[in-house]
Design a protein around this ligand. Structure first.
Ligand code: HEM
Ligand SMILES: *[C@@H]1O[C@H](CO)[C@@H](O)[C@H](O)[C@H]1NC(C)=O
Length: 328
């Protein structure tokens, strides 16, 4: 083969690889540069407005994104409604997803579609990924570039949630396995758990730790005793099931590394939180994130980016939904 023909062959295969990469492969930060170049600022404005009306917007949206990505991938399947009540969001686990998260997505989607050029051009899954980054920034967390190009899924099933979302009483082995099944490492697990630096949990999620633990005192010994006493005051045995307690008792509305400092003091609200410190395998990471907020921010952004790549749909696997709650 002459030099020229092999060079042409080389260029040809390079072009081919490039085509594959752009049509099936990676998400891109500037995915909408030609179709809806202002999508980032449109979403940010809508999310800021919603956040100013109610602060709960932030934790609600962040948890919604996590639950979307862990069930059938980041495809906005968590938003779909079904008349027969058998949608993902109808699973008891997802019934505790706060309505303000859904509302944030609906409002941001309406804002995007109100711009003529953008109408029906941006997926609900991408809008949720952008809104999630925006609420993290609005509560004081790191800002980061969001990869885009996800399509919306057409399937939502109540049954698929049960074995996909981690439980509050999981220990490290189960947490690790569940995150590893999505390609997420131990460092990703610990960093992402830092999302519990904002938001709330209902008493039922941890009441076993303060009332029915298998120890003489009935209280989980990994809990700080003073904190446990506070929790029994906020969550008496006859508590209204709607009562919710801050996941981060120190700075509940600020996205910071306080969550990890709390864990070192026995102030992790859920078993799945405290175990990150009590288990030697993850303790080093907790100590690192507690003592170095830059290290936490970096690890969190890395892990969020990986979370956002789970089960992404392209081509005929999905669509751009006109109404986020219904398939087209
Ligand atoms: C590591 C395993 C995890 C477990 C076992 C877990 C479990 C829970 C539970 C039980 C609640 C309280 C639900 C309620 O009673 O209303 C909660 C709340 C929350 N979770 Fe997680 N979670 C995990 C990981 C994550 C991740 C990775 C994120 C996001 C990246 C996240 C974000 C949130 C947020 C923001 C809230 C507060 C929601 C609100 O106030 O509306 N969680 N989580
Ligand atoms: C904190 O973490 C960052 C990022 O990993 C690192 O560059 C920096 O040196 C660390 N700071 C200290 C005081 O260890």
């Amino acid at each position: 083969m002459s030099f020229q023909s092999s060079f042409v062959l080389f260029l040809g295969s390079l072009l081919f690889l490039l085509l594959i990469a752009t049509s099936f492969g990676q998400l891109q930060v500037d995915y909408y540069r030609n179709t809806c170049p202002d999508v980032e600022s449109i979403v940010r404005t809508a999310v800021e407005r919603k956040f100013q009306q109610t602060l709960v917007t932030a934790p609600a949206t962040l948890r919604l994104f996590f639950h979307d990505c862990f069930v059938r991938g980041c495809d906005a399947s968590v938003i779909l409604a079904k008349r027969n009540g058998a949608a993902e969001k109808d699973n008891p686990i997802d019934l505790s997803l706060a309505g303000d998260g859904f509302d944030t997505l609906i409002k941001a989607k309406a804002a995007v579609d109100s711009v003529p050029g953008c109408k029906y051009k941006v997926s609900c899954a991408d809008i949720l990924a952008l809104a999630t980054r925006d609420v993290i920034t609005l509560t004081g967390g790191p800002s980061y570039a969001v990869e885009l190009g996800r399509l919306d899924g057409r399937i939502s099933s109540k049954a698929s949630v049960r074995h996909s979302i981690p439980h509050a009483n999981f220990k490290l082995a189960k947490l690790k396995a569940m995150f590893a099944s999505h390609g997420l490492t131990l460092a990703d697990l610990v960093a992402l758990s830092g999302a519990h630096t904002i938001g709330f949990s209902h008493c039922s999620q941890f009441s076993r730790r303060i009332y029915r633990f298998r120890s003489r005192s009935r209280i989980d010994p990994t809990l700080d005793l003073g904190y446990a006493k506070q929790l029994t005051k906020m969550c008496p045995t006859n508590v209204d099931p709607r009562v919710a307690v801050s996941l981060d008792p120190t700075t509940p509305w600020i996205f910071d590394n306080q969550y990890f400092k709390n864990l070192r003091q026995g102030k992790g609200l859920l078993t799945s939180d405290q175990v990150l410190f009590t288990d030697r395998r993850s303790r080093k990471l907790v100590n690192l994130f507690a003592s170095n907020s830059t290290a936490f921010d970096q690890a969190f952004v890395t892990a969020m980016t990986k979370l956002g790549r789970i089960g992404v749909k392209r081509g005929n696997q999905g669509e751009i939904r006109r109404d986020c709650t219904m398939v087209n």
